[in-house]
Ligand binder design. Structure first.
Ligand SMILES: Cc1ncc(COP(=O)(O)O)c(C=O)c1O
Length: 391
């Protein structure tokens, strides 16, 4: 079956007891047992729940993996991954501009457990190669990254990792399996913040780990239950409901974002437009190679000016809402330096290029004309506020 059919039908047979076409919300914490320890496969909802099992199965199928595991957030998935697969003394190589919350967990929490961590620019294979040590256990990357939309060459990284028998994990939140399937390159684990495109409606927080094969299944299952960062049945059901339209939504996100990126690139009040689908993107060739259905709905821009201009622009937007998060049907705008990446020290932000005039757009699936007019008007308002400030 192809992508949209899988999203709608995989693991989603009509309910055998009632014929319900849509998977029910099994809103129960516990399950009756016929005899002590004899049950129908479920004993307690932290360990497993039928609504969650369906979501875990569909996610695994869409990514082309073998096992799916759902969590209460993307961060819950990351914490479980780290505690399941590392021991003190191990070394982890991570992309240098990963999501601010990922950076915060790794530097402020996980590093205290004796794991050594190096943050590396994943656009350079030589950087990664020279960061590998005898105790390196995993290479963890986002591609495209958040918020600079840098791309890592998954194939190239896999060649490095395979030679040294390292685990590879790709945070596929920005691309989703509709655009990019890391298992095709031999990646071991895929992580998602399902809060974003997979849920797709900005109404539920969740996360997932998907495993290519059986290697880490037992350990992840054990830690999923032991750490307990599992989602409740209603949250899993909302995510499952959103997931059914992932393909349709991603297509619309990509169309809108491509058109807006071109519009912004030609605009005199915008200094930089970062979008993997633009030929000007430094890793555009990699994007064409590993993103098979489009380049996503995220655009980052640097407006002409500094923080004051960025604020004036964001304030003037009417259709784009100023809010954290991304990947929903509605367009959002955010200021990484003051919002999502505030947890990253200013000096680190500056080295990375998370400047005060950098703005991240999550392009929704509204009508293109309305989105473009909104950006145009806000840029005009920004330049008028500049003129007033100079007067
Ligand atoms: C790329 C990426 N990974 C992981 C996360 C963490 O996910 P959550 O917010 O669901 O914990 C986020 C959140 O913004 C993200 O953007």
């Amino acid at each position: 079956m192809k992508f949209n059919t899988l999203a709608i039908h995989s693991h989603q047979e009509p309910d055998p007891t009632t014929g319900a076409v849509i998977t029910p919300i099994y809103q129960t914490s516990t399950f009756a047992q016929e005899d002590a320890g004899v049950h129908k496969g479920y004993d307690y909802s932290r360990s497993g729940n039928p609504t969650r099992s369906v979501l875990e199965g569909v996610l695994a199928d869409l990514e082309g993996g073998k096992h799916g595991f759902c969590f209460a957030s993307g961060t819950g998935a990351l914490v479980t991954l780290c505690f399941a697969l590392f021991k003190p003394g191990d070394h982890l190589i991570v992309g240098d501009d990963v999501y601010g919350g990922t950076y915060r967990f790794l530097t402020k929490v996980f590093q205290h457990y004796g794991v050594e961590i190096d943050f590396v620019d994943m656009t350079r294979l030589d950087n990664i190669a020279s960061a590998i040590r005898p105790n390196t256990r995993m290479i963890y990357l986002e591609t495209p990254t958040n918020p600079l939309l840098k791309l890592a060459d998954i194939q190239g990284i896999l060649e490095l990792a395979k030679n040294k028998k390292l685990i590879t994990c790709v945070d596929n939140t920005f691309a989703t399996p509709y655009l990019q399937t890391p298992f095709d390159f031999g990646v071991d684990i895929v992580l998602h913040s399902t809060t974003k495109y997979i849920g797709g409606h900005s109404d539920v927080v969740g996360g997932a780990l998907i495993l290519r094969d059986d290697t880490y299944e037992e350990s992840i299952r054990f830690h999923q239950n032991s750490i307990g960062a599992t989602p409740d049945p209603f949250a899993t059901w909302l995510t499952l409901r959103g997931l059914k339209t992932l393909g349709v939504r991603m297509k619309a996100h990509c169309q809108n974002a491509t058109a807006l990126a071109q519009f912004l690139e030609a605009h005199p009040l915008v200094d930089d437009v970062i979008y993997p689908g633009l030929p000007s993107h430094p890793q555009h060739e990699i994007a064409k190679r590993q993103m098979h259905n489009g380049f996503g709905g995220m655009i980052s821009i640097r407006v002409k000016g500094g923080e004051a201009e960025a604020r004036a622009f964001m304030k003037a937007l009417k259709v784009f809402t100023l809010a954290e998060s991304l990947g929903g049907i509605e367009s959002l705008v955010e200021h990484p330096a003051r919002m999502t990446h505030l947890a990253v020290e200013k000096s680190v932000r500056e080295t990375l290029g998370i400047t005060d005039n950098l703005i991240r757009l999550s392009v929704g699936i509204e009508d293109l004309e309305d989105l473009q007019a909104d950006l145009e008007n806000a840029l005009k308002a920004m330049s008028q506020s500049q003129t007033r400030a100079l007067a």
